[in-house]
Design a protein. Sequence first.
Length: 500
Amino acid sequence: MTRSLIGPRIRDRRRALGITQAGLAARVEISPSYLNLIEGNKRNIGGALLRRIADELGLGVDEVDGAAERRLLADLVELAGEPLLAELGLDARSADDLASRHAPWGRALVRLNRARVDREHAVGALSDRLSQDPFLGDAVHSLLTRAAAIRSSSEILESVPELSPGERARFAAIVGSQSRSLAEVAQSLAAFFDTDKAGTRAVTPVEEVDDFLFDRGNHFPALEQAGAALRAQARLDDGVEAGLVTYLQRAHAVDAAALGIAANTPAETRRFLLARAAAERFDRSRAIDSVIADAPQLASETARARARRVLAAYVASAALFPYDAFRAAAVALRYDIDGLASRFGASFEQACHRLATLRSPGAEGIPFALLRVDASGFVTKRLPLPHLLFPRHGNACPLWAVYAAFQSPGSMVRQVAAFPTGERFFFLARTVEKPHPAYPMPRRMLSVMLACDALHADRTVYADGLDLSSSAPAVPVGSNCRLCARRDCAYRQEDPIIDA
């Protein structure tokens, strides 16, 4: 867990402008002592207060918050733990200075390391294919066989002048057919060694989309507008599922039955799939394409295709769960997820995901991160916060509530988690079950977790009965074992790369 860079950034900017701590505190209507804690990185801030401070300092919120810089910092800390660099004795704690003072150099180091990993993965992939793929041996044998047939027939045609016209035609046909077969095998081998297929990427399409969502704060005003327009066009206020079915048929000549939605699909999932199908076809203003075109993080076509699906789901969510109504209900219900799901006809996961998008300036909800894992611990969805970066590779801390939820399926697990830096977060997790293909396939269990700064916990119904004071007990967690400085943790699986 890396420390926030907001405090030093505010302090440095304030001093550069010649503003006293007391003067800035008065302008943003907080006490000088509280501002001192913020500048000393002892208090996390966001939302309206962060915006007021940014305005007074003449900065954009993203400049103060430094979300991209924080992601760079996490990447540099992981880079310090590379076995290849072990003998250099890199101190991961010094990454703070590199990320804040020399960000271009930091990005260059991360990019070079990813390029190195790209090459290693490509070599490994080719090595596996050369040693294990039966196609290669068969193809080489086929090449030799056809080349021998062509050579033999050619020698006969060249050295035996007394061949009859029929025999000469037969050997010529052998040369022709074997030559064509040889060309086909050669083309197959060329495709086999195609670099686009043999290579792999250190930054996968999934990671590209993760970076894209992180840098945008998982909030897209243009897509909120597109969702509202779709809701009106499909007349969802008069009936959601019927409205979507009618809209798809009327506006796009799409029979809902042709979408391939399984008969055992839960009603809320069926409505969402219909809404996503409508969103993919409705996008008249090309809002999704515009957002993608303005996203340098999406470097590969595979990532852009994945992002289109993610953003179509965003438009569907905006259509099904209108921003203002959903946020108002969340506040009124104190973020009771089941209550929101019932009111809007959503699943538990859909309600959680919508809560993680309530970040419209001036009308924010609680800033939530979202994490979804399967029973193996594999992360299948992540929407981090600037102060809570989920590990890019591997599992998170085994003590996180998202894993504990598997021990009591269907029950809400709440947890106050304390990180080595002193930052405290409130975790909420519960398992959900996805429809499984058919008997005898096993159940498909996932765990979905929302996380927010512990300062916001008392705004939720789930904090009732908990002691949220800074001195109250909390579960001592880390980001993951490699990045956690708690050497005496009984749950540790890997040695840390950060000295305590």
